[in-house]
Design a protein around this ligand. Structure first.
Ligand SMILES: Nc1ncnc2c1ncn2[C@@H]1O[C@H](COP(=O)(O)OP(=O)(O)OP(=O)(O)O)[C@@H](O)[C@H]1O
Length: 584
């Protein structure tokens, strides 16, 4: 093993062929360079050793022993490179061939993004002055499943290499650290920020330009066997050169080719979630992303989300009203877990063409395909790119001709909304308070350790709440009130537990909502309600039951048996221990 000095090195993954696990190389950041690195040589050394062990014909136990030794050797090598043992111990493949970047190589600037389970900061690389985005991912380093879940985002990002996919430049951590920052190129905007600006109206050729880039990035993901599972405007980033990149692979997963593996249906942010997931499908494919792309496409024209449900029931109701309720064959063919519960008694005709009367007809043709209730009718990213929409005038403009906007992010929009709310004062606060009270009543959380036993939000220990310590109900982008992440994650967990346990289905119903989904309300089996911020994804490494319902990249079933409240507790403690305070 060579001398290792991680200072000022960047870790880059080479372009693997489709489906191949990434083996990466590490190169010095600059010609001024710093000493040796854990480069191909040293990696090759360990691989050769491994092969030697593996190729020798020996009995099973001896092979297992040697394999264990090889893994330990690789782990020790990674620890020596500066990776923390809690990471190398459970997710060595995610960081294979890379060296951690050092925190003091970056000057942390302002916060530019607040995801449900991450905070994103703008940062300047000290040596080059170049801007980067640092995403601090929340997870619990004491829980292997939580680490593995977080590492999955890294492994997936390293599998991808395309101009329209956010590139992972490196990872900041250290042997002593309990946290991780993912280092990305800095992007000035996200599509949520641009779409919600009233002064920005996209032209047809601009929309085509964005859509072409979005579909190209997605085509690459799908061809590499990855489904994103959280396509939405705030996960679509843009730089000042007009280049669009798909970001946030926190919920991404590999495509299950043989349909043997059950995937979780608790993915994709509500407003962008396809009907099959709302109805509990567990053997879906890349078409879930195409539905979300359809929602984004419509939002580019409308300037606001096309399907803004406040609950899962309402979301599905809105979908059927817009796209038409599916024919009888659909229900027979798809056999979705909750179809009997969600099958509407009234048949709806599609109202998409009326609703999109102002869009170009050719755009609605593509939109109709993407927003097909039946996933098999949505086509693929490649077929969308080849559709007539892109082959008629006005053609897509070139990215470089797109106007330059002042930095606009989802977070900026939220801040503006917050400050204008504050300015407008008491009246709105009153309304908000009464809405909050209204919502608090039915919000009952299932104790994940005790099926059927309900615990109210107020009973959740203070220190199990998220470190931002904000009020638990805030106003979302679209104005809908929503619960804060911990509550979301825990309520999500309880629902998953309900389903997994065959406890029936807690149909989420918005109090006082007047939608005509009475058939769903009638089937409600308890008072639980999932009130979501439809613009936020909700599952993460802090939600063990998400991991439970999904597969890691080695297709191993993930099992977990710990209490999410404890897990969150542990994380709060970890944060307050201050080990990392010196860093930023
Ligand atoms: N490379 C980047 N450059 C600039 N801003 C970024 C970058 N990556 C993320 N952001 C900003 O941070 C926000 C949150 O990032 P991201 O979606 O990766 O986090 P998340 O926790 O998964 O969010 P969510 O819960 O909304 O899915 C983005 O919407 C975007 O505004």
């Amino acid at each position: 093993m060579g001398c290792i000095n991680s200072k000022n090195v960047v870790a880059r993954a080479y372009s693997p062929s489709p489906g191949e696990m990434v083996i990466s190389e590490v190169v010095p950041a600059s010609s001024k360079g710093h000493s040796a690195w854990l480069g191909p040589e040293s990696k090759r050394g360990s691989e050769d050793k491994f092969k030697k062990h593996a190729s020798r014909k020996s009995n099973g136990s001896s092979f297992g022993f040697r394999l264990g030794l090889a893994q330990r050797y690789a782990e020790a090598e990674q620890n020596a490179a500066g990776w923390p043992p809690w990471l190398t111990g459970v997710a060595a493949e995610a960081i294979q061939g890379w060296i951690p970047l050092k925190a003091d190589s970056f000057q942390k600037l302002e916060k530019i993004g607040q995801g449900t389970y991450s905070s994103v900061f703008r940062a300047r690389e000290v040596e080059t002055g170049k801007m980067f985005a640092l995403k601090k991912v929340r997870f619990d380093n004491l829980q292997p499943e939580s680490i593995r879940f977080m590492a999955r985002e890294i492994t997936i990002l390293r599998r991808l290499d395309h101009p329209n996919i956010m590139k992972l430049e490196g990872i900041i951590t250290s042997r002593m650290s309990t946290s991780i920052y993912l280092v990305f190129e800095y992007m000035e905007h996200d599509l949520a920020g641009l779409v919600s600006r009233p002064d920005i109206v996209f032209s047809e050729s601009q929309i085509k330009c964005y859509m072409r880039q979005l579909l190209s990035g997605l085509e690459h993901c799908h061809m590499r066997g990855i489904m994103h599972r959280d396509i939405k405007v705030s996960n679509i980033l843009l730089n000042n050169e007009g280049v669009l990149k798909i970001g946030d692979f926190g919920l991404a997963n590999t495509i299950s080719t043989n349909n043997k593996h059950h995937l979780t249906s608790r993915v994709v942010t509500l407003w962008y979630r396809p009907p099959e997931l709302l109805m509990g499908s567990t053997n879906y494919g890349v078409s879930v992303d195409l539905w979300s792309v359809g929602c984004v496409f419509a939002e580019l024209f409308l300037g606001k989300p096309i399907l803004k449900g406040r609950t899962e029931v309402e979301q599905l109701h809105k979908i059927f009203k817009l796209c038409g309720s599916p024919p009888e064959e659909f229900w027979k063919k798809n056999k979705l877990p909750h179809s009997t519960m969600f099958k509407p008694q009234t048949n709806y005709e599609s109202s998409l063409r009326e609703r999109c009367a102002d869009f170009p007809v050719i755009a609605v043709d593509l939109l109709e395909t993407l927003l097909s209730i039946d996933p098999s009718n949505r086509g693929t990213a490649s077929s969308a790119l080849m559709s007539e929409y892109f082959n008629v005038k006005p053609y897509a403009c070139s990215p470089s001709s797109l106007p330059k906007y002042p930095p606009s992010k989802e977070m900026d929009v939220k801040c503006q909304e917050d400050s204008s709310r504050k300015k407008s004062g008491g009246k709105i606060r009153e309304v908000a308070t009464s809405r909050r009270q209204q919502r608090r009543v039915p919000k009952v959380l299932q104790d994940p350790n005790n099926f059927g036993k309900s615990i109210s939000k107020e009973n959740i220990p203070q220190n199990a709440r998220r470190d931002d310590g904000n009020a638990h109900l805030t106003k979302g982008k679209g104005g809908a009130m929503h619960t804060k992440p911990t509550m979301d994650a825990m309520s999500e967990t309880s629902q998953i537990m309900n389903l997994a346990n065959g406890n029936g289905y807690s149909v989420p119903v918005h109090p006082g909502s007047t939608n005509d989904f009475t058939w769903a309300k009638r089937r409600k089996q308890d008072a639980s309600s999932t009130l979501s911020d439809g613009s936020r994804s909700k599952i993460s490494a802090l939600d063990p039951h998400f991991a439970k319902g999904t597969y890691d990249l080695t297709n191993q079933r993930v099992t977990m048996d710990f209490d999410p409240a404890e897990l969150i507790n542990a994380q709060v403690n970890m944060k307050s221990s201050g080990e990392y305070k010196h860093m930023f």
